[in-house]
Design a protein around this ligand. Structure first.
Ligand code: FES
Length: 112
């Protein structure tokens, strides 16, 4: 388990939006979902490697802007085609208003 890394303040990611962060060379999408929770997934679609952080937050999913696959932020699984592979999901901790990410994926998916 890697040590959690401070990414930004919770105020930097308004509800319904996503930002991209470089954590030790890995691009990670930090998402403030509509269930008011924060999630972190690899910021790369498993279909054609575009940035998921530029897509739309819908409920507890992040939609890829290119072909419209939606990834469940809790599991990393796509809920629809054309993507078929899950993306890595990283544990998020909120401490004193800061968003901390651990780089060990919680869903067992490692980046290609
Ligand atoms: S690149 Fe994301 S669904 Fe095709």
């Amino acid at each position: 388990m890697s040590e959690p890394v401070l990414i930004c303040s919770t105020e930097d990611v308004p509800k319904g939006t996503a930002i991209s962060a470089d954590v030790d060379g890995t691009q990670i999408a930090i998402v403030h979902a509509e269930d008011d929770q924060f999630y972190a997934v690899r910021d790369e679609c498993s279909h054609a490697a575009v940035a998921l952080s530029e897509g739309e937050v819908e409920g507890c999913t992040l939609e890829c802007w290119l072909h419209g696959s939606r990834f469940d932020l809790r599991t990393g699984e796509p809920t629809g085609l054309p993507a078929t592979e899950p993306v890595p999901v990283y544990p998020v901790e909120i401490r004193d208003g800061g968003i901390y990410i651990s780089l060990t994926p919680s869903n067992g998916v490692t980046a290609p």
